[in-house]
Design a protein around this ligand. Structure first.
Ligand code: B4P
Length: 184
């Protein structure tokens, strides 16, 4: 079984949905930077106040802020983990590579959840979170293409990337991911 995993994919591909299930069945620490940022916003912390407007516009929160969150959580954790929504650009990926080197915890598998824009937009509109209106969704997709999609090559060149078709039922997609995490 792969113990140190990363989920990559456009907004609305179902990273969070699949990560929650896999973390539960496999006893992994689930680290969603989106959830952690939303918790800071809800708590009204200084960090949350800084992140709130950025998230509402569909842009990326500063690398320093997100890295501080991730470093704090991974630093004290010895078991397996699943990173969901992080890294989101090359600077974050490089910072993560050196953090994991220093912790001697290399990534074992990167799962790319692949889905058409039309389905993504439909899913996000029906989720109805605060940052899920059509103008913001289209901007987030653009940010994904420009800043996050280059990570596909970053991880492919390290031999870590596996793509999964993210269309279909939650169960069917979960089974596709499961067969990569527990390869026979
Ligand atoms: P995230 O919280 O990461 O949200 P997401 O990418 O939009 O969603 P995800 O792909 O997890 O989809 P979900 O399972 O919910 O990011 C939000 C914001 O936080 C970013 O825009 C950014 O501002 C900030 N942020 C986060 N991380 C950052 C970082 N590292 N650096 C800087 N900024 C960062 O699924 C979507 C919907 O589809 C749900 O309603 C779900 O129920 C539904 N669904 C899922 N699977 C389905 C299926 N098989 N069939 C039908 N519906 C399905």
């Amino acid at each position: 079984m792969k113990q140190r995993l990363l989920f990559l994919g456009p907004p609305g591909a179902g990273k969070g949905t699949q990560a929650v299930k896999l973390a539960e069945t496999h006893g992994l620490l689930h680290l969603s930077t989106g959830d952690l940022l939303r918790a800071e916003v809800a708590a009204g912390s200084a960090l949350g106040q800084e992140a709130e407007a950025v998230m509402a516009r569909g842009e990326l929160v500063s690398d320093a802020l997100v890295l501080a969150i991730v470093r704090g959580r991974l630093g004290g954790h010895a078991g397996g983990w699943l990173l969901d929504g992080f890294p989101r650009n090359l600077a974050q990926a490089e910072a993560l590579d050196s953090l994991l080197d220093s912790l001697e915890q290399r990534i074992e598998l990167v799962v790319l959840l692949d889905l058409d824009d039309a389905v993504l937009i439909q899913r996000l509109l029906s989720r109805g979170r605060e940052d899920d209106n059509e103008v913001v969704i289209r901007h987030r997709l653009e940010v994904y293409r420009q800043q996050t999609a280059p990570l596909i090559e970053h991880y492919r060149s390290q031999g870590l990337l596996q793509a999964v078709d993210a269309a279909g039922t939650v169960e069917a997609i979960g089974a596709r991911i499961g067969s990569l995490v527990d390869p026979g």
